[in-house]
Write a protein that binds this ligand. Structure first.
Ligand code: AMP
Ligand code: ZN
Length: 112
């Protein structure tokens, strides 16, 4: 979608701090982190939210969760949230599916 900020990040048209990628997914730092670890994981294809992604392309959803889980293992001490705000009333502001990986404790800090 031409007016979608996350599609533009996938296309390299606007910058992002890319963390990792996989066949179907891209992970990058949230521009406005709300926790010491705050990484977004998105499908490379446009789907408005995680429910639509699950219905349209379950393989891509599994790929996204696997990439997010790997990133969480690399960037946190194993305690993290992996959340998908779905719908404006739930706080979704970017209508390209994305999971937030958030954690209070980055891996290197060693706490719980
Ligand atoms: P949500 O409120 O669940 O839709 O989350 C959207 C997230 O995208 C917010 O946490 C924003 O800080 C983040 N965000 C918006 N634009 C960008 C961008 N250009 N690069 C990185 N993160 C972004
Ligand atoms: Zn998009």
């Amino acid at each position: 979608m031409s007016d979608c900020v996350f599609c533009k990040i996938v296309a390299g048209e606007i910058p992002a701090t890319v963390i990792d990628s996989s066949e179907h997914s891209l992970a990058f730092a949230d521009i406005s982190p709300r926790q010491p670890v705050h990484i977004l994981v998105i499908p490379k294809s446009h789907h408005a939210n995680v429910a639509e992604l699950a219905a349209a392309d379950p393989e891509a959803l599994v790929d996204l969760v696997q990439l997010g889980s790997r990133i969480a293992a690399e960037h946190t001490n194993g305690s993290f949230r992996f959340t998908f705000n779905t719908g404006a009333d739930a706080g979704q502001t970017v209508f390209h599916a994305h999971g937030h990986i958030t954690a209070r404790t980055p891996k290197e800090s060693g706490g719980n």
